[in-house]
Write a protein that binds this ligand. Sequence first.
Ligand SMILES: [Zn+2]
Length: 330
Amino acid sequence: MDAFDVSPLCPAPVELALEHVTFHAPRLVIAAHARRRTVTCPLCDRAATRVHSRYRRTVADLPWHGLRVRLLLEVRRFFCDTASCARRIFTERFPRTVAPYGRRTRRAAAALEAVGFAVGGRPGARLAAALGLDVAAATTIVTALRAADEPASGGLRVLGVDDWAMRRGQRYGTILVDLERRRVIDLLPDREAATLATWLGAHPGVEIVCRDRGQNYADGARAGAPDAIHVADRFHHLLRRFPDPPHQPPRGRNATTDGRLVPYTVFIDPQLGRIGMTEREAIAGKRRVRIAELPMNHVARALEVDETRGLMKAVVDAGTGRILGAAVLA
Ligand SMILES: [Zn+2]
């Protein structure tokens, strides 16, 4: 290994020293350890040099010539010898390489996020796998998103994040939706990255974040759930215009999460977005319905964002003319 420069294999050469590269089919394993001698205690900020113990941590990195790559990091635990500090032992971090509890390097996470965000759920997972990106993560996208149209079990995995008008046009908060259960789970008082990050920190286990392209939600989700995969919800700008049902309590001070219509997207390919009742549900409820269909190339908003494939479909109560539900397939 001394014969040639292997530093390009190292995600952050300033931070990491390479030990060796081995091939364990089907992947390349790169062993590395921290370059620095001293680290600072995260609590008191004083230098620490006394090593308590060492262990190995595995994170996925970017593929190398189509081969999957694992980074085998040697991690040290240090004693903090500052008498006044409450922390006795702490673990060193690799801020340029990987998030504190991350399962993949920052650059691998960024690549996966770019793919997921550019092309959405299922196609994104296929593309990620084809590129040799962290297959476990690609599988996660497919399984989690497929489950979005089936009853969910277990904890929150697929989180939708969106703006929410407390007073229309004046104050905005953030609405958080469990997309597997199609339920609003929380309302945050603002749209700040830090607020979302704190919420995510208190609710671990989120694997996928569906969000718009806003920077605040991107930053908040990255900080609060570093391992989550980001997916763009292509329909949210169409579906969010759907009015609340008449029995809905007025927005404002007394707004609640109850009874609110939750638009959701199923990440099949083509994607399906839906709000309110489906045709089948309306008929099962003994309603007489009419179905209105509109190709997407007739929808002004769809033309504007150049998403003209597919169609919109509305389920209308034949008696009252009220729209009961709508779907977008594109
Ligand atoms: Zn300390």
